[in-house]
Design a binder for this molecule. Structure first.
Ligand code: MD3
Ligand code: FE
Length: 225
């Protein structure tokens, strides 16, 4: 009887659930869902000014993921190394400005996850076609490690691999879908992570691809005192 009543109760409306992954790391399921159309329109405008390209790693390998950036800094890679740059090496111009709506989304996610508001200088936009993947790595080209990184997943589903602070730890698979937001900071900020090979598929919002945006605070207070 009590069970029947409980089953009939509506879900409480308290916003998306916070799914803990590890200390400082969590998934906000569907957090970006109501903004997905606007975010994808912003991505199209960014890509019109700074086209997606396949960067080359310092080891000389072409990345399977296509990338572009918006914000005052963009993450780039070539045979000389990884770095943040004010200029797009492909166009010689500054990266397109970070749309205010993207900033608000990233900052709201950071606050929802229990971190303060966010002022990221860089938004790296990754585009995965089926077959693309990101091998296990750390995000450590940023000087400001006290701010979390916020990641927004759109389009085809994928599997994140969440590793430890060393390569030895076996990564845990974390499925992410259209509209999911992952926040990682604090003790998880320097965990190894990657993305499994994207399976074939079609998504109504993006077609045959997955888009991921990562918001990065690079200089933090160093640029603001
Ligand atoms: C970091 N991109 O661009 S973050 C990257 O789906 C990158 O394209 C991912 O990693 C992508 O550098 C989004 C995935 C992720 C997951 C868990 C982490 C990064 C993490 C845990 C700790 C630190
Ligand atoms: Fe990364």
């Amino acid at each position: 009887m009590t069970d029947q009543l409980t089953l009939d109760l509506p879900e409480p409306v308290v916003g998306p659930a916070v799914e803990p992954l590890a200390p400082g790391a969590m998934v906000l399921r569907g957090f970006a869902l109501s903004h997905a159309g606007a975010v994808l329109a912003d991505v199209e405008r960014v890509a019109a000014a700074a086209p997606f390209r396949h960067l080359v790693t310092p080891g000389g390998f072409r990345m399977s993921v296509a990338m572009t950036n918006c914000g005052t800094l963009g993450w780039v890679s070539d045979t000389t190394g990884y770095r943040y740059s004010e200029l797009d090496p492909d166009t010689g111009r500054r990266w397109p400005a970070m749309p205010a709506s993207l900033l608000r989304l990233a900052s709201a996610a950071s606050e929802r996850a229990g971190f303060g508001p966010l002022r990221p200088e860089a938004c790296l936009v990754n585009r995965y076609a089926p077959g693309a993947r990101l091998t296990l790595h750390q995000d450590r080209d940023e000087l400001e490690l006290s701010a979390p990184i916020v990641s927004v997943s759109l389009g085809l589903p994928a599997v994140f691999l969440l590793g430890g602070l060393t390569r030895k730890e076996r990564p845990q698979p974390v499925p992410v879908r259209h509209g999911d937001v992952v926040v990682w900071g604090g003790p998880s900020r320097l965990r190894f992570h990657g993305v499994r090979v994207l399976p074939e598929g079609h998504h109504p919002a993006t077609g045959r691809c997955r888009i991921n945006l990562t918001f990065r605070t690079v200089l933090g207070l160093r640029a603001r005192s």
